[in-house]
Ligand binder design. Structure first.
Ligand SMILES: *Cc1c(COP(=O)(O)O)cnc(C)c1O
Length: 406
């Protein structure tokens, strides 16, 4: 019996194999490494029945995760977030079968906790002493808190424009924090230089180490398990670096190998903002990779990624599943964020709201049918983005005269 059935790492372009029990970055070809498992071995203990008695965290799928020793797990209770029906809002946009996987209810309030939990656990297991990364905020906050729990050093660089609370989270967790007057790519160059100059840190930028993806893929396992081992018709995902979408696609393929689901896969939709839509542009042009998006800017800050290392994997996942890539305006995103909160009581992040705007548009074009079961990923809580909802109400006088208040 093995706790993890991890067998090796594989270059996502050439298929070349790499040792999974050494610290690895990207492949020789400079592209992400993907973790591969012995699914036959995993399937001996990881069964749909066995899952019914396991704890409600992402570690329930441990055979298909990279951590070999249960004692290496660094956890704050992440995973098994609710899959909420959205009946009132769904009826509003003509998709009564609309569901939302709500990642706002996870440590640090964003799904970045999944990648951090698995990435930090595995890094510590392999003897890494420090981690360093550029971030649009949420990933840095998540890695900072998990690194603290694991006793690892942590160096984070983020744009000054990233959500302010994510700075606070990094500082609270004792990470070293750099603010950069630029975008995530600029932060990445600083981190890259720091890691080379300082030593003692592993660079854990998006898809530059193989295990963050493994954490994020668990969203795919969970949502299928929560649907009673049925796959939905469509999944919409707010795409920055694309790790969640690549991960969900990987999870679906693995579940096919495990014999848990059939041939039919959900159509995967990469949602971006019109202010930063490199992958949508590449999709529309029929290209296999994206070009850096000029002057990138959107209120959905977590998806402000002008050029993603894993763009070709996102495009592949979208095309292989008959999905699509679509961009929505900030105006539409903010309007849906408010409608959803008022309709369903869920205050979600703008990245998640972008998926709602996309669902509405795709229903209008007919890509989504009236009877489709559609899952949107809400990747974080609205509480991390308080400035997205203007509050214009009067302050009342204290003398109790309320009749003058409109
Ligand atoms: C990071 C982030 C995203 C994008 O995730 P990727 O895996 O980089 O595509 C979406 N939403 C939120 C809230 C994020 O923090």
């Amino acid at each position: 019996m093995s706790f993890s059935a991890l067998s090796h790492l594989e270059c996502s372009r050439t298929g070349e194999r790499y040792d999974a029990d050494a610290v690895q970055g990207v492949s020789q070809a400079g592209v992400p490494l993907l973790a591969r498992y012995d699914t036959e071995l995993a399937g001996r203990t990881l069964t749909r029945e066995a899952l019914t008695t396991r704890p409600a965290t992402l570690w329930r799928y441990h055979e298909m995760l990279p951590v070999r020793d249960p004692a290496s797990i660094v956890s704050l209770g992440e995973g098994m977030t609710p899959l909420l029906p959205l009946p009132r809002y769904g009826a509003r946009i003509g998709v009564p079968g609309l569901l939302m996987k709500d990642e706002g209810l996870i440590p640090t309030g964003s799904f970045k906790a999944r990648g951090a939990a698995v990435g930090v656990s595995r890094a510590a297991e392999l003897g890494v002493k420090g981690v360093a990364m550029p971030t649009n905020g949420n990933a840095g906050a998540a890695w900072a808190v998990y690194a603290a729990r694991a006793g690892l050093r942590c160096l984070i660089a983020m744009p000054v424009a990233a959500p302010a609370i994510t700075r606070t989270e990094c500082v609270a967790a004792g990470a070293e924090l750099w603010l950069v007057d630029g975008l995530i790519g600029d932060a990445g160059r600083l981190i890259n230089a720091a890691v080379r100059e300082r030593g003692g840190y592993q660079e854990v930028s998006t898809l530059k180490e193989p295990y963050r993806l493994e954490g994020k893929k668990t969203m795919g396992y969970e949502l299928v398990e929560q649907l009673g081992w049925q796959v939905p018709d469509v999944i919409l995902y707010p795409t920055g670096g694309g790790v969640g979408l690549i991960g969900i696609h990987k999870a679906l393929r693995e579940m096919q190998e495990l014999g848990w689901i059939g041939d039919r896969l959900p159509r995967l939709v990469a949602v971006q903002a019109t202010g930063c839509a490199p992958i949508v542009r590449a999709y529309e042009q029929g290209a296999d990779v994206s070009e850096p998006f000029p002057d990138a800017a959107t209120v959905a800050f977590g998806i402000t990624v002008p050029k993603a290392l894993g763009d070709f994997l996102v495009l592949r996942a979208v095309r292989e599943t008959g999905g699509t890539a679509i961009a929505v305006t900030d105006e539409a995103t903010l309007a849906e964020q408010r409608r959803l909160a008022a309709d369903e009581g869920a205050f979600i992040c703008p990245e998640g709201a972008a998926c709602l705007a996309a669902a509405r548009d795709l229903r209008d074009t007919g890509f989504i049918g009236a009877s489709d079961r559609v899952v949107v990923l809400n990747t974080g809580t609205g509480l991390k983005y308080p400035e997205t909802i203007p509050v214009e109400v009067p302050t009342l006088p204290v003398d109790g005269r309320i009749q003058n208040v409109r």
